[in-house]
Design a protein around this ligand. Structure first.
Ligand code: LMR
Length: 333
């Protein structure tokens, strides 16, 4: 009797263990951009790798285009555990109380992907991700989009051309200051609302890497695009910390591996995707693409560099200086 009870118990235990092993873990990955973007492609790549490496035990569901949540809502949803993974732009962590990431928004702080990598792949990048922990968020990686250009319905050749223009920005005080330095009127707005705001004239213009401009069809409602490359836009891939820490350790390791591969992929395709988007915008004939002359570039630089010093009190002089040191930025003055 005793033995049969024990056997029964063992059988039940084996059954439930089997059920746990078979049960797939779902990761909802929400984002705000279109499917034909570097971010979405990298998210899908991660989903495939996660399924492969965990042998189907993890299912990553990717929800693009603000389908589930807009900018601010998605961060709240992550903290509440309604979604498990996001990749918000580094310009969107201020409202969460983590202002440090706005250092990435400083105009011209990176002169290309190489100097950026020195920060994102090094101790500064790691330390910044660590600042998310008290918010219940674990930062896993940095993914690129690219360098931003200004767009509007009138030509943009010099800083004076943006004077008085209502310009949509992401929720970053550095970007607010950037627009003010140009005499423009910054307006914070969720990404999913930008196309309509441009179309109806609620704002006159915006800034974004060209892959975002093109895949949101902003080029259809903006007559001019100026290839200023004045600032960087990239992402932090983040997860709900409680969810992540609660995963079986073998699964977590496999997902870390999948994320490492997805990050390499993301950072390989981003600049190519932006080049292709630029070609597509040119081909569309809807927007005039302008390449500023060297003098015009210098004028933008001169107008925008004071933003660095102005923002020291918000971001911290030490952090800004540590990035200069890492990238050799001071040599560019
Ligand atoms: C924006 O709001 O302009 C971007 O952050 C969108 C994105 O995620 O690339």
């Amino acid at each position: 009797m005793k033995i049969s009870k024990l056997l029964l118990g063992l059988a039940a235990c084996a059954l439930s263990l089997g059920a746990v092993a078979d049960q797939s873990i779902v990761i909802k990955f929400s984002h705000v951009v279109a499917v034909d973007t570097p971010k979405h492609k990298a998210a899908e790549f991660f989903a495939r790798k996660a399924a492969e490496l965990t042998q189907g035990r993890v299912k990553v569901e990717v929800y693009p285009n603000s389908q589930l949540y807009k900018d601010k809502e998605e961060l709240e949803a992550l903290q509440l555990g309604a979604v498990q993974m996001l990749a918000p732009s580094l310009a969107k962590f201020g409202p969460l109380g983590v202002k440090d990431f706005e250092v990435f928004d400083l105009p011209y702080i990176f002169d290309g992907y190489d100097s950026l990598r020195k920060v994102t792949l090094g101790p500064i990048g790691r330390k910044l991700l660590g600042k998310l922990e008290p918010k219940g968020i674990r930062g896993l990686a940095y993914w690129d989009n690219g360098f931003k250009s200004f767009s509007a319905n009138t030509p943009i050749r010099t800083p004076a051309d943006l004077k008085g223009k209502k310009m949509r920005i992401q929720s970053s005080k550095v970007l607010d200051e950037e627009m003010r330095a140009l005499g423009a009127l910054p307006q914070v707005m969720a990404f999913g609302e930008v196309y309509q705001a441009l179309q109806t004239g609620v704002v006159d213009g915006t800034e974004n890497p060209i892959s975002n401009l093109y895949t949101q069809k902003m080029h259809e409602v903006q007559k001019h695009l100026s290839l200023t490359g004045h600032g960087y836009l990239g992402y932090a891939v983040i997860v709900n910390k409680k969810f992540w820490d609660g995963l079986p350790s073998d699964i977590r390791r496999q997902l870390e591996d999948a994320m490492e591969q997805a990050t390499r992929y993301a950072n390989q395709i981003a600049s190519v995707e932006n080049d292709q988007a630029l070609e597509a915008v040119k081909k569309s004939g809807r927007t005039q693409v302008y390449v500023p002359t060297q003098e015009e570039r210098a004028a933008f630089r001169k107008a925008l560099l004071p933003v660095h010093q102005k923002m020291e009190s918000r971001i911290g002089k030490e952090l800004i200086q540590s990035i200069y040191k890492e990238t050799g930025f001071a040599a560019n003055f």
